[in-house]
Write a protein that binds this ligand. Sequence first.
Ligand SMILES: [Zn+2]
Length: 217
Amino acid sequence: MDCNRVQKLISLYLAGDLSGEDLEALMAHLASCPKCRAAFEEAKRYEAALKGVFKETVSKSRSPKSRVLRRIKDEGPRRRPGKSLTNWFIFILFMAALCFLIIVAYVSYEKFKLENIEKSLAARQQLIPVLRALREYHGDCGAYPVGGNIDMVRALQSKSEGQQPYYTFRLEDLSEGRFIDPWRQPYIYRSTGEAALLYSTGPNRRDDSGLPDDIRP
Ligand SMILES: [Zn+2]
């Protein structure tokens, strides 16, 4: 077999297309021809080197990093489930706190309203006997006690000889000689004698001249 033909067989062998008699003939020639054996070894090394480069390229293109990059390109940013769960938890906690505050505010407001209703009723209860006494005083004297709150208290509590006072105030209804309402504010009393005004400044503790939350009997 001549060496030129062996070169062709070597190519076929490396391509995996050599078998049978041709393969035996090639092996026999390589065993006896150092030149072709050297060429064969050289071709095998070259082939192996090529395969190595190919493998490296393939494995690089399938590395985890390139897979991640490809996924980011293909799908865009993905939400991390852990983080969105934390956000949900914070949101739910915030809503629970908000609900709690609304309930506390509502209950306090209702309690405040109820207290004021009770105190308004108590104020009317306080005023009824005092007004009756003032009318009695007016009937006897032809005029209401002149002046302010202190003057009214003094006039109704004073005794003329042999007579009961027009009204005796309970100690808890008085403060520094003045008739006070359930909010611990002095009642407003104004009189020039002919006419008299008596009212509570009500829940806002402010004299609104009898309106709108001020309490008249
Ligand atoms: Zn040869």
